[in-house]
Design a binder for this molecule. Structure first.
Ligand code: 1CP
Length: 355
């Protein structure tokens, strides 16, 4: 199979790179004044997601401003439940609302199997527009929520603190929850394959809420479903290059070995795991992405440099690292801090290479 030349794609495939590539979860968003101005132009967040021209502009903003090594499609994980027939809204200040929530068999039966080329045609058009506008400067990452994480929003009806509804369902009516998860496996697999057909060059599955599960429950209700998706993905793009799959499960460092055996190419780590130890544990079976605490961006530029160097040194001078935060950038982050971080990573040299 041909090898990609982009640093990010090479690192995902454990191929050697001259330096560590860096991108940042939520790199497009409210901390950027230029994002706020486009969002205002769109009216609200969901309109922005559904406007391919404006969604392209906000996708490219952090690339132009910071010189990051990958772009990520501007969209949201919750457009999938909406495309399956749920009502989606983002209240001002609060989290998202999905209505009516899935609580019983008839709620489940109301969901429709969806065709991503139809209901999410605006995402496909955004992908094509971004690829044109990027002109191969950096690769484009597509994404989806994991079935478990999407199900938390669909069953709770929005964001949750203790996940009481979905966990009650998991223990008392596992067949109902599995009915929902199976539908999501099919939807997410189709959705990501459509993104690949339209031009994303890597995909990331976000399991933001995998970490609220016990070990057995994570394996059974979250990882097993992500594994089915990975198995069903077209791992060669229309350009003939391999399409790496990244699994990011927040709070799931304890299940690292199991994630590394899922068939994915990259495991994304949050900041609670030491990345050097993680590398020992996965033994080169997958590349790793992460894992600076996003709160380091509240510190001084000098401290940011030190902390970035600590992650890079802990991983060591080996292939297979994609630098990222352990979760998304906070809306109150100062853009200059992100610039310091990107410079620190892109300018970093391992000491052993400079005797
Ligand atoms: O402008 C605004 O006020 C909206 C804020 C916002 C943004 C910028 C939301 C609402 N979503 C997004 C974009 C987004 N969401 C991206 C864009 C690409 C990029 O990273 O630059 C991505 C990849 C997501 C994915 C997403 N949405 C996740 C998984 C990743 C993560 O952060 O854990 C989740 C859980 C969501 C749900 C979501 N979307 C938005 C909110 C406020 C929430 C709820 C979060 C929660 O429940 O706490």
């Amino acid at each position: 199979m041909p090898e990609p030349h982009h640093l990010f794609l090479r690192a995902c495939l454990n191929l050697p790179t001259e330096r560590t590539p860096v991108w940042i979860m939520r790199q497009a968003g409210r901390y950027l004044p230029e994002y706020m101005s486009i969002r205002q132009q769109a009216g609200d967040f969901l309109n922005l997601c559904k406007n391919p021209e404006l969604a392209t502009q906000v996708t490219l903003q952090p690339i132009d401003r910071f010189g990051l090594d990958a772009a990520i499609l501007f969209s949201d994980i919750l457009v999938v439940p909406e495309a399956m027939g749920m009502g989606l809204s983002f209240g001002s200040g609060e989290g998202p609302l999905l209505e009516p929530p899935i609580r019983n068999r008839s709620d489940l039966e109301r969901l429709h199997p969806f065709d991503p080329e139809q209901e999410l045609d605006y995402v496909m058009e955004t992908i094509r527009t971004i690829r044109k506008r990027l002109d191969d400067r950096v690769p484009l990452i597509g994404f989806s929520g994991s079935p478990w994480t999407l199900a938390t929003y669909m069953v709770e009806g929005g964001s949750s603190k203790n996940f009481s509804r979905i966990k009650g369902m998991m223990y008392d009516q596992p067949e109902l929850l599995n009915g929902l998860l199976n539908r999501l496996v099919e939807a997410v697999t189709r959705y990501l394959n459509a993104q690949i057909r339209h031009g994303v060059q890597a995909v990331q599955i976000f399991d933001t809420w995998g970490g609220v599960l016990g070990h057995r429950e994570f394996l059974e209700f979250s990882l097993a479903n992500m594994q089915k998706i990975v198995a069903g993905l077209d791992k060669t793009g229309p350009d003939g290059l391999p399409v790496p799959v990244i699994l990011f499960a927040k709070g799931c460092g304890a299940h690292l070995e199991a994630m590394a055996a899922s068939g994915c190419h990259v495991v994304g780590l949050d900041w609670t795991t030491d990345i050097g130890e993680a590398r020992q544990r996965v033994q080169g079976r997958v590349a790793l992405q992460g894992n600076l605490d996003p709160a380091v961006l509240y510190a001084s530029p000098e401290r940011i440099r030190q902390e970035a160097a600590r992650v890079l040194t802990a991983y060591g001078p080996h292939p297979g690292l994609i630098f990222n935060l352990g979760h998304g950038i906070a809306p109150d982050c100062h853009p200059e801090k992100v610039a310091s971080l990107v410079q620190a990573v892109q300018g970093f040299q391992h000491e052993s290479r400079h005797p």
